[in-house]
Design a protein around this ligand. Structure first.
Ligand SMILES: Cc1cc2nc3c(=O)[nH]c(=O)nc-3n(C[C@H](O)[C@H](O)[C@H](O)COP(=O)(O)OP(=O)(O)OC[C@H]3O[C@@H](n4cnc5c(N)ncnc54)[C@H](O)[C@@H]3O)c2cc1C
Length: 471
């Protein structure tokens, strides 16, 4: 006999109907289940752009889940409000015995879930949170002294030594014993974006598991090339583009490890390593919840970043006069996505060339990235700014011109994003200021008019950055 008569599966960043731990366990432990998603007003009220692309991605994913549930005679319950009130109230009204959810390691989510658990407990209802978003949680991969790792390579070695096929097994969902739609509809709001204050956007990446699987299958066919191709932004198949799906859980990391299990080629191993980076940053945020406010290296909290708002604005708008930075930022503003190599280049440029605080860049990314994930974004920014755990040493500073020449050697990415430089010969494309005004005019370019002068001189800024860190 099942221990619970009625259970609720509360989905958040796990928007799928398969391979889902909370759902799988809820089904096994309950006679009946219903599934709920709450548009969290505490999160939404902080988003000022009513055309935020992420909302469309979430919406598309929820529509897919709802239609799968309807095909089984049930439906998704959609709510809008503060989950600490909405979930306990729904549990009360639906006569739910237990709420099942997958764990979230962000500081806000931890507090929210503790609050929900407490309220449910007072009403004699159970709350279960399960591991699903990662293969190993923070406390499961520690060093020999029992401490958290602070450097990626030993972390990943220990992670790999520990993982077994059991860790990545599917958490099967059978979509059975669902509460019929007719008993749920009065509790659900309409599934539409307008009622939560947002408009649908046209995204280059579509939500939903079907799209996630198609992307994954296409990418996995050429995963063996990943190590050689992953650093070139012009190669559209060079990386998986799965980050948004991983962020919202339309695909699960266990599945990606199952798909690449046992592959020994350098491409697959390198790609798996990136998935382990994701877990490394989740581990750090979980273990050190003050990271969003503080540098991992405490001494770096006292750095007085001298960068100006004017330079920051030029960076945001892709008007720095450094083609690789401008192309990356303009592409980002257009699509909400940026290639990893470009994220590293623009983050280094903002902090080490413009000497602006990494927090400015982190916030700009957080507001615009489709795949924004607090742990990875914070980790990536702290790494690039040399203030984090396992950070890039401060004296190793990306040269934006050399990076551009190396990772976009034919200028394909630059030309696609910077039409004003399209005709410029490859000799000058990565650093237009090295051409004379006469040479530039032959290509219809006038610096300061058709394309900006470089706003800083890299060699000078590099010295300033090193002095800033030393002091
Ligand atoms: C400054 C900065 C900010 C970043 N912000 C985010 C963010 O908000 N959200 C996010 O998902 N990633 C972030 N990253 C990591 C990385 O850039 C993206 O995960 C990657 O570009 C996504 O593309 P992909 O899915 O094609 O990755 P692939 O190369 O195909 O990698 C597969 C998956 O591994 C994970 N991954 C890859 N690289 C990293 C990494 N360096 N750190 C953590 N996880 C990684 C992602 O989930 C990714 O989807 C950031 C990196 C930097 C340098």
């Amino acid at each position: 006999m099942n221990p619970f008569k009625r259970s609720l599966v509360w989905i958040r960043r796990d928007l799928r109907t398969h391979d889902h731990r909370a759902w799988s366990v809820a089904e096994q432990e309950s006679e009946e289940t219903a599934v709920v998603f709450v548009f969290d007003s505490n999160i939404l009220k902080k988003i000022s752009n009513n055309e935020d692309r992420r909302l469309t991605f979430i919406y598309e994913s929820l529509v897919e889940i709802d239609s799968q549930l309807r095909a089984k005679g049930s439906q998704l319950i959609v709510l809008h409000g503060d989950p600490t009130q909405e979930i306990p109230q729904l549990a009360q009204r639906l006569n739910i015995d237990a709420v099942f959810t997958n764990r979230d390691y962000e500081p806000y989510a931890k507090k929210r879930d503790a609050h929900v658990e407490e309220t449910l407990k007072k009403a004699a209802k159970k709350f279960f949170s399960l591991k699903d978003q990662v293969i190993f949680e923070a406390d499961e991969v520690k060093n020999l002294s029992g401490d958290y790792f602070k450097v990626f390579t030993p972390y990943s070695k220990t992670w790999r030594a520990k993982v077994t096929k059991q860790n990545v097994e599917e958490a099967r969902v059978r979509l059975k014993n669902l509460i019929p739609a007719k008993n749920l509809q009065e509790f659900s709001q309409k599934l539409e974006l307008e009622s939560v204050g947002f408009k649908e956007t046209k995204n280059w990446i579509k939500g939903g598991c079907k799209n996630a699987h198609k992307l994954a299958q296409d990418f996995l066919k050429s995963v063996k090339n990943y190590k050689d191709e992953r650093d070139f932004p012009a190669l559209t198949q060079g990386t998986s583009h799965l980050s948004t799906h991983l962020r919202f859980g339309t695909i699960n990391v266990r599945e990606l490890f199952r798909e690449t299990w046992g592959l020994q080629n350098a491409g697959a191993l390198t790609w798996q390593n990136e998935l382990i980076w994701r877990e490394f940053y989740q581990m750090l945020l979980s273990a050190y919840p003050s990271l969003p406010e503080n540098c991992f290296q405490e001494k770096c909290n006292s750095i007085k970043w001298p960068g100006t708002q004017k330079d920051f604005k030029a960076w945001c708008e892709g008007q720095t006069g450094y083609p690789i930075v401008d192309a990356a930022m303009r592409h980002f503003n257009k699509t909400g996505w940026m290639h990893n190599r470009l994220r590293m280049i623009v983050a280094s440029f903002l902090t080490k060339d413009l000497l602006c605080s990494w927090k400015w860049g982190e916030k700009y990314f957080a507001n615009h990235l489709l795949d924004f994930d607090l742990a990875s974004n914070n980790g990536g920014w702290q790494w690039a700014a040399s203030v984090g755990c396992d950070a890039q040493p401060y004296f190793r500073i990306f040269n934006p011109v050399l990076q551009s020449e190396r990772f976009d050697p034919e200028g394909v990415f630059l030309k696609a994003e910077l039409p004003e430089l399209k005709k410029l010969s490859l000799k000058y494309l990565h650093a237009p200021w090295t051409a004379t005004p006469l040479e530039l005019s032959a290509y219809g370019i006038e610096l300061g008019k058709t394309y900006p002068h470089p706003i800083v001189i890299h060699a000078e800024q590099k010295d300033k950055a090193i002095k800033l860190f030393k002091s």
